[in-house]
Ligand binder design. Structure first.
Ligand code: SF4
Ligand code: SF4
Length: 454
């Protein structure tokens, strides 16, 4: 089946690829971590309750807690509960969030390899389950969306139904440097990813389902393309340009529908899911597997074993499982997530959560102290949502939040392009995030004076 090519968008940038170290490495089981801190509330629902206490013996897949009264949490490993702890997760860039966790000491001599299971025949998937049964199963298995903002998948399905979503898109673009987890999932489990997308489409009642991938990698996704053809899923190949994979941009490129500033694709009847979520849906429906692990790219100059690993949720991100101890004084940063939108790892509390696509060791030498704006206009030219970033930066420096709100700062998607291109090294994306938060706290603003630049 041929991949259908799509045009791209104004602004954005072509980032260096930097994927060579892990692109060809098959997904492998990680060594068993010495200790896990399994987060109980990855979605910030509140009211997280551990259902096990110190010294409880747990089995992999056994329920150990619940969040918000509705999202069950399962143990990723066999082991003994050490007690309760605090875990840190990467949140909205550049922030992190803290939540309660169950600390587990894994038993020795267990394998973390996934039980391999061939994808079900296409006809079986096509006839699989009615929408309400799919919803019940993903709720019971504690599935969440594996990209930020992380939310219970059952809540996402309900929201998509309420919004009468008619289109669902699986985002396989992975256009941040260094990341190859989605790429490997599409190569090794492409048929299951497409199955998960179709099951999600059925759950929300969408009539159109599309798998979007990078045009330069599409030739490697043969199994995904074949399955898409069998199941009536569109296979779309997009130009490599960052941030084409952001849900707002993907919605605009593929459906030509524009999301309002600060809005969500569901408001224009489009649901966007990541590849890890699609794979988790397929596994959950076909094998009953709960959400306890994810594929993570481990790479960078400090990584002793770069690759793509199936890591239990709650694995300490800086653990020595695959990364040598890195001395920050030696000029390296440990990063959780992609280099453009991830969070810097400081201290030892950050753990692998459902949206942790990578643990990277990056050179710190590129970080320069900010200097004054030289009015080059690059940030504004490259902003994919066409904000006048230079002017918003002036408003940030002047503390004029209400004016920034009228200039549509809420439309910022936090992609980091402006910071990346700024020759003065001004942390523009972080400033836009702070402006957005301050503008939100102000409440409704006067009618917009100028939405986007011409
Ligand atoms: S202003 Fe926001 S959307 Fe525009 S480039 Fe910067 S981070 Fe991206
Ligand atoms: S890219 Fe940096 S230096 Fe250039 S206009 Fe924007 S803020 Fe100023």
């Amino acid at each position: 089946m041929a991949w259908r090519r799509f045009e791209t968008f104004l602004g954005g940038i072509v980032l260096p690829d930097d994927k060579r170290a892990t692109r060809g490495r098959a997904i492998a089981a990680a060594p068993v971590p010495r200790r896990l801190r399994v987060p109980l509330d990855v979605c910030g629902l509140g009211d997280a309750t551990a259902e096990v206490g110190a010294d409880t013996v747990v089995r992999a897949g056994e329920r150990i807690g619940i969040a918000g009264g509705r999202l069950p949490v399962f143990s990723p490993v066999d082991g003994i509960v050490w007690g309760l702890a605090t875990a840190e997760l990467a949140g909205e860039p550049p922030g992190t969030t803290l939540c309660q966790a169950v600390e587990i000491v894994p038993s020795a001599n267990q394998s973390l390899a996934a039980a391999e299971k061939a994808a079900a025949p296409a006809a079986e998937v096509a006839a699989m389950e009615d929408p309400d049964t799919i919803l019940e199963q993903i709720a019971a298995a504690g599935l969440v969306t594996c990209s930020r903002p992380v939310m219970p998948l059952a809540d996402w399905v309900e929201a998509a139904r309420t919004a009468n979503a008619d289109t669902i898109i699986a985002n396989g673009l992975e256009n941040e440097p260094c990341l190859t987890a989605d790429h490997r999932m599409l190569i090794e489990h492409g048929a299951s990813v497409v199955d998960g997308l179709l099951l999600a489409a059925r759950a929300i009642g969408a009539s159109r389902a599309a798998l979007a991938v990078d045009v330069h990698s599409s030739g490697r996704y043969r199994r995904a393309a074949e399955r898409a053809e069998e199941l009536g899923v569109e296979a779309l190949a997009l130009e490599r340009k960052y941030p084409a994979g952001h849900p707002v941009m993907l919605t605009r490129i593929i459906t030509r529908r524009t999301v309002r500033p600060g809005g969500k694709p569901l408001e224009v009847r489009v649901g966007v899911l990541d590849i890890a979520t699609c794979l988790a849906i397929s596994r959950c429906i076909t094998t009953g597997e709960p959400m306890t692990r994810r594929v993570v790219t481990v790479a960078g100059r400090g990584a002793s074993m770069p690759g793509n690993y199936l890591l239990p949720l709650g694995t300490p991100a800086g653990d020595a499982l695959a990364i040598e101890r890195v001395d920050p004084a030696a000029g390296a940063l440990v990063w959780c997530g992609g280099p453009m939108t991830g969070a810097r790892l400081e201290g030892d509390r950050m753990v692998i959560g459902p949206a942790s696509s990578a643990v990277l060791v990056l050179p710190a030498s590129g970080e320069q102290p900010p200097s004054v704006c030289i009015r080059c206009g690059w940030c504004t030219d490259q902003c994919p949502v066409r904000l006048n970033v230079a002017e918003l930066n002036d408003l940030y420096e002047l503390g004029q939040v209400s004016r920034a709100a009228r200039y549509d700062v809420q439309a910022c998607i936090g992609c980091g392009v402006c910071s990346y291109v700024c020759p003065a090294s001004i942390p523009l994306a972080a400033r836009m995030t702070r402006l957005k938060m301050a503008a939100k706290a102000l409440g409704p603003t006067a009618p917009r004076r100028r939405a986007h630049r011409d």
